[in-house]
Design a protein around this ligand. Structure first.
Ligand SMILES: Cc1cc2nc3c(=O)[nH]c(=O)nc-3n(C[C@H](O)[C@H](O)[C@H](O)COP(=O)(O)O)c2cc1C
Length: 192
């Protein structure tokens, strides 16, 4: 679907890439993400800032049709499985919560920021991502030999939005529903 107006009704102008970023559930089953695009997503994450530059993150990538994809897909909650068969890639985002036996207190904050950078890079490449906590961490741990200190935190769908018959009706309706956010005055806390 071609977007002719910004996806998000922002209260004040913001960067176009942020204005148009969103998380669809309807994805194009024929779209394939290239290795170059995956590398660009990883590179964007790699260059995000982190406390003490510890870079406490790691990613497992599975492109649709690969063994990794099947393993990650199997870990998804039932509702998420409903719309993820069409996505071009599934990525497990892992927080490195421990380095040399020491806890990394900012690991989840830093991972979230790395994924935010990844999602903006995706938008710039004409792709969309959708983050999910609806998956079974234990299934990921059973399917992959995870390095010590790394904990799966989210699974990220990567692909291109589609709004056609290949997308379940329920999902299309959900994608078309109004997008809402808290008002700016609820974000900008004032104590005056
Ligand atoms: C950390 C995180 C976990 C989420 N988990 C799920 C999920 O398991 N399933 C799902 O359909 N959406 C999930 N979402 C998406 C949100 O429910 C919601 O669709 C999103 O905030 C909409 O924002 P956007 O369209 O502006 O990106 C998750 C989002 C985030 C950031």
């Amino acid at each position: 679907m071609t977007i002719t107006v910004p996806r998000n009704a922002t209260a004040t102008p913001i960067a176009e890439v942020l204005e148009n970023r969103w998380s669809p559930r309807g994805f194009d089953a024929t779209h394939e993400v290239s290795e170059e695009q995956i590398n660009a997503l990883m590179e964007a994450a790699r260059w995000s800032p982190s406390a003490f530059n510890k870079q406490p993150w790691g990613f497992i990538v599975g492109r649709r049709g690969s063994e990794n994809f099947s393993k990650i897909f199997e870990s998804l909650a039932e509702f998420n499985q409903l719309w993820n068969a069409n996505v071009s890639a599934l990525v497990v985002a892992l927080a490195r919560t421990e380095i040399d036996g020491e806890p990394v207190v900012n690991a989840h904050y830093d991972l979230g920021q790395a994924v935010a950078h990844l999602s903006i890079q995706a938008e710039t490449l004409g792709l969309q991502v959708h983050q999910m906590t609806g998956f079974d961490v234990n299934k990921i741990a059973e399917q992959f030999v995870l390095p010590a200190g790394y904990a799966p935190y989210t699974v990220i769908s990567v692909g291109q939005h589609a709004d056609n018959e290949s997308v379940p009706e329920k999902i299309r309706e959900r994608d078309a529903s109004p997008r809402v956010r808290n008002d700016l005055d609820q974000v900008l806390l004032s104590f005056e």
